[in-house]
Design a protein around this ligand. Sequence first.
Ligand SMILES: [Zn+2]
Length: 155
Amino acid sequence: MLAVLQEVPDPEVPVVSVVELGIVRDIDWLDGRLAVSVTPTYSGCPATEVIEQHIHEALVAAGYSDPLIQRRLSPAWTTDWLSEAGREKLRAYGIAPPVESASKRSLTGQPDPVVPCPLCGSNATERVSEFGSTACKALYRCRDCLEPFDYFKCL
Ligand SMILES: [Zn+2]
């Protein structure tokens, strides 16, 4: 069952599955229907509906009739839910994975954590734009290898 969801990619970062992203929170049977709880990476993420639709389609294709996809907003997704494999895949894809959890960030009061360059590992990076290729990413630039890259933003 989990194997089915491991095949469902994140529409924004196709190399990472929804399971590796950590947004599949719960799987259960509810009145004979398979119920999957999904927590979006942040509540305004426009990809959430697409993700839910893809999960639904994958389950139906795997033989689960009429699966129930539930959106669970609480507790909110944190970067701690992103699996280590998911982080590695993001990096390999040229996207800097989230560097620290939102809770830690608010405690230290640092709005802009150091984001290491996914291409050369340098910490000499700067944010170019709050929005990268999609609303869920910010655009950064590396001052060492001069390459622009996306940072997987999280709130
Ligand atoms: Zn670099």
